[in-house]
Design a binder for this molecule. Sequence first.
Ligand SMILES: O=C(O)CCC(=O)C(=O)O
Ligand SMILES: [Fe+2]
Length: 451
Amino acid sequence: MSPTMVMTVETRKEDDELESQYQKGVKHLSDNGIERLPNKYILPVSERPNLLLIKELAYACKHSNLTLPVIDFAELQGPNRSQALDSLANACEHYGFFQEFRQQIMPVVLVLMISHGVFWLHDDEVLWLVGSISLLSCLDWVSYGGCSVGWIMLHNLGGSKVWGTLDILVAQVCWVEGLPCCVERHAELHQVRWLVLHQKWKLSCHWCDEVPQMHHNWNAVTVLVEIDSNINWVSQYISTCCWKLAVTYANENKYLFLKLMEAIEESLGLTTTTTKNKKTDDSDGDGDGDGDDILEELKDGSQLMVVNCYPPCPEPHLTLGMPPHSDYGFLTLLLQDEVPGLQIQFQQKWLTIEPIPNSFVVNVGDHLEIFSNGRYKSVLHRAIVNPTKSRISVASLHSVPLKTILRPSPKLITKANPRRYMDTDFATFLKYVSSCEPKTKNFLDSRKLNG
Ligand SMILES: O=C(O)CCC(=O)C(=O)O
Ligand SMILES: [Fe+2]
């Protein structure tokens, strides 16, 4: 939490019992029927959602909603591709967001992801985190909901063992509980690596390549990483079925992301439908490899999946589920249940996105804005919470491998549109976000050239 936030919080009479409960998380508070928010969750007046009366929340969606451009995945793959590409370009330029539907992920997988999100988050025994060694090797700070929720300290990254600690109980100021899961892909090995975190011992996690099984002798304060070990974990709670569901979802999500990026490249004029399957043809000899290089990078890129749960909130007009932010990657594919909550900033107003069943809300992230040299916009968005309903969303953030240097595509730099962003990479992003107060965090602005 930023110090400014502490100072500007509206003062209310302290209820020690209430205040002391905040650390148990918002699900606990909601389940216990609290009627007032602990001060910790109350935002300064200027940062609150504009819901003066709780009952106005019900109308917020109806009266300030936004119908996002809809991109039909089937059209993108069919004879109407060029019209679909025009709509895609328009959506990314003017909204930074679109709803994507008729994609090919089985509805049952989507429904199960949403319902299991609750299970994963709220089962007393199990909380899991999926991660990548390369992510962790440069990640010593974990951001969640715009505030720091934990520190991962990795002391020894050589060899196959890594020891560290993870403290997930640092201040939470938003009305959300969440679970970050990272996926690292090794295309050549057909392998995906996972990091698992067990809630019972909040400071323990374990790497594995296979479906995890519970290990009974964890040391409560250390992280043990043994990539090739065969430690026998057995969990009643993370059933093979759940795990496979998460893997299936992550893989399908990645496939959809790559298809969308193929279309986005084409919409930017970097490739054409006829050349898109060919190996990069750098026929202009400028050495930039044009658009196809980025697709190759993205195939092996990073993927972060975050399950967000927003329980019913007694005073939704005083807080937010997630503060305004932009996403760091190329695209975020957001799966949400039927409860509205996502708001995007459009023409200086916060507008609520009406959920469409079995579809994804897709948004342009900072990396795509940089890659497109500012043509496609990474737009601020936030989540509001609901007085009566719980809401779940699953965000999948995709980008290039963490060590890749990102820069505007040379083809998109012209005299009329000179280069707008400096080179950057993921480590620079982490350094930036961990070095300043949440209020002043705007990574994209820090990468802009000429002011
Ligand atoms: O839950 C939502 O609607 C927003 C989630 C989000 O923006 C994120 O996870 O980055
Ligand atoms: Fe986001």
